[in-house]
Design a protein around this ligand. Sequence first.
Ligand code: TYD
Ligand code: MG
Length: 432
Amino acid sequence: MGQCPGCGEWNTLVEEAPPPGGSRGSAGRAGSAVRAVTPVALAEVQAPRIPRLKTGIGELDRVLGGGLVPGSLVLLGGSPGIGKSTLTSMALGNLAGAGRRTLYVSGEESAAQIKLRAERLPGAALQVPVVAETDLDTVLATLEAERPEVCVIDSVQTLHAAELSGAAGSVGQVREVADRITRLAKARGIAVLLVGHVTKEGALAGPRVLEHLVDCVLQFEGERERTYRTLRALKNRFGSTNEAGVFEMAGGGLVEVADASARFVGEATRAPGSVVLAAMEGSRPLLVEVQALVSPSELVPPRRIANGIDRNRLALVLAVLGRHAGVGVGSADVFVNVAGGVRVDEPGADLAVALAVASAQRGVVAGDGARPVACFGELGLSGELRSVAHPDRRQAEARKFGLGPVICPDAAPTLRAALSAALPARPRARAA
Ligand code: TYD
Ligand code: MG
């Protein structure tokens, strides 16, 4: 049925497989008496510490909270071409090299294609056993027979449950596939890395229920054309969701970028419209360059283009700049870009965007011209600067790379104060 007779919405009905062995609910169990269980005090619950499986990729292990937990389900989301298959192949390669039983199930690529990728990768990627299969029952039977310790399913959207008629990747299918894999993984102690697609809007495709079902949701983001990618935990039952890892796609697979700040600061231009943001990537400080360009426009309304920051956040910053700091961009186009394809999703980026736009609008280099200006802080709607998390770590990171004094809420209580600290007042700027 295309349209729901209840609410009138189209394509909202989802097919569900009937439970094996008769009808659902209490009616089906009428014959057998249901007995109550005795609750156990938490202090008496046995919880052995199970050693984690190290993937050998430092950034991935850190984001996972110290490695893969046996029997856990990890959902790895990301747009096409971002490097999900590469990351999971490398992780399995390292595990196989360390003597673990692994299995790579691909519904997207043939075994030959997987091999071509593995040939480029370091480590023991070629030792990983693969199956190219899309039928769910076959995959489950294979898992049951092979009993790997770690398994990759690439991707959850390509597997197909025969008892449902919907196409692979449809909501009902994805839910059924994830549910049955979860049950097998928990029963057999297989750590499963489920690769998932993301929609155009960037959300994990498939029902939200997928995120509830798994223990850990990782998001691999960045722009395909750029080299830097970040791996974030959106949910983690066994670790912190504050962690993030930075990678770079190179000729031989993904390379961890431990010194990302050094690169971004080194590449920062000393031109009008450029400042350095002391951002936090999870619990780790990261210096990134924020650039802005303000140029006359013929368009009505003018363009407001934001790369690497939220578009609404840019609109807010422009409004506060105009209203409380006397920096109006009027009908000019405004472009803001976080260099290197990094995405900063934190209010602490506001001040950097404001300073970059003001610097571009006035055509004045921020700071003394010798070193880039570093800053962080959230903008309040009345033009005040608000404090953000981890000011000490951000300051320390900036100092480490010779930047300072850092413009931050402690040093400048308002946007006006921050602007006069960052931008040298020039006669031309005053006249404007
Ligand atoms: P892939 O891991 O297949 O992305 P996903 O599974 O997320 O769709 O590959 C990502 C891109 O990276 C692909 O376009 C090829 C490129 N790539 C490299 O640049 N270097 C490499 O060593 C590998 C394996 C891939
Ligand atoms: Mg892939």
